[in-house]
Design a protein around this ligand. Structure first.
Ligand code: NAP
Length: 288
């Protein structure tokens, strides 16, 4: 008989399904009550195949949840000024409740300028400086979707965060940095690691909670996971491989997200939920 321990899986796919079902119910209520369906505008610059697929997938999920989507495909020659103008017009359009700018937009675009043209109340992807600041100050606003999904997974599995050492590997504006702020808000002691960190394995070995957000297959070795740790792997690399060596890590962790089916599905669930929340806010339904 094997005595090897195996971590419990944190099933993002199942949790995401439940969130999307609740979101669909809310979307139907909004449509019935106001005659207006929640609407997400998707903006895509160029025809990068991965981006085209992501947008198609997000729109299909919207349709299934009773959320309308309005797609704005722009040529790869679009300038920053043209993109900003397009997004600013969507920000003013009362028929649009949420705006998603698929990125990367291409090296010639000033992405930050484009993101900042999204009005905060429509920033359902949580990419603006306003949303980041609101999240950091624990004020109302929309969170970046993958970090938001990670926090909901931790909550669903009753993971205690206060006083725990959380190590976030990666510091991107949409993932590593915001998830660290959200963990801090829950009283975790947070360490950020990145490409210039010295001795990453030594820091990971101290972690009660590991969030991997890098994009390097199996960068985090199983032997460096502290026994009983909680491991969330946001990494998604070719061949359905995460940033954590899953097979080795699951013999030491207490809870671990699979790749795929862990963090990934949560991202889209948060996007849909925030779009419906945005519609509710803009249609003045919060006080019902
Ligand atoms: P990113 O913008 O490329 O950032 C990667 C981060 O990893 C950077 O902060 C970088 O450090 C750090 N890094 C690179 N090499 C490292 C190393 N050897 N040791 C430690 N840190 C290192 O990527 P991202 O957009 O945050 O995405 C990260 C991963 O998550 C990717 O696999 C992506 O596909 C995935 N992702 C998944 C979802 C989802 O829905 N599941 C959503 C978004 C992203 P520096 O800052 O020093 O360069």
């Amino acid at each position: 008989m094997s005595t090897t321990r195996t971590a419990q899986l944190m099933e993002g796919a199942g949790l995401a399904r439940r969130i999307i079902e609740e979101t669909a119910t809310k979307a139907a209520e909004i449509s019935r009550f106001t005659g207006t369906a929640p609407c997400l505008a998707t903006v895509l610059v160029g025809e990068d195949p991965a981006s085209v697929t992501y947008v198609r997938m997000k729109r299909a999920r919207c349709a299934k949840a009773g959320i309308q989507s309005r797609h704005i495909p722009l040529p790869s020659t679009t300038t920053t000024v043209e993109l900003v103008d397009t997004i600013a017009a969507l920000s003013r359009d009362p028929g649009v409740h949420g705006i998603l700018l698929q990125h990367p937009c291409g090296p010639h675009i000033d992405e930050r300028a484009a993101f900042e043209a999204i009005s905060p109340e429509k920033d359902v992807d949580g990419v603006t400086m306003h949303s980041f600041a609101a999240m950091s100050f624990a004020l109302p606003g929309f969170v970046s979707c993958t970090p938001g999904g990670i926090m909901q997974l931790l909550d669903a599995y009753d993971v205690e965060l206060a006083g725990k050492h959380a190590v976030v590997v990666g510091r991107s504006a949409i993932l590593g940095k915001p998830v660290g702020m959200l963990l801090l808000a829950k009283d975790a002691t947070v360490t950020y690691c990145h490409s210039r960190t010295t001795d990453l394995p030594a820091i990971v070995r101290e972690a009660d909670i590991v969030v991997a957000a890098v994009g390097r297959p199996r960068l985090i070795r199983g032997e460096d996971i502290k026994p009983g740790a909680v491991v969330l792997d946001a990494g998604y690399n070719p061949g359905n491989v995460g940033d954590v060596d899953f097979d080795a890590a699951r013999t030491r962790a207490r809870l671990i997200t699979p790749v795929p089916g862990g963090v990934g599905p949560m991202t889209i669930a948060v996007l849909l939920a925030q779009t419906v929340q945005a519609a509710e806010n803009q249609l003045g339904l919060q006080e019902r």
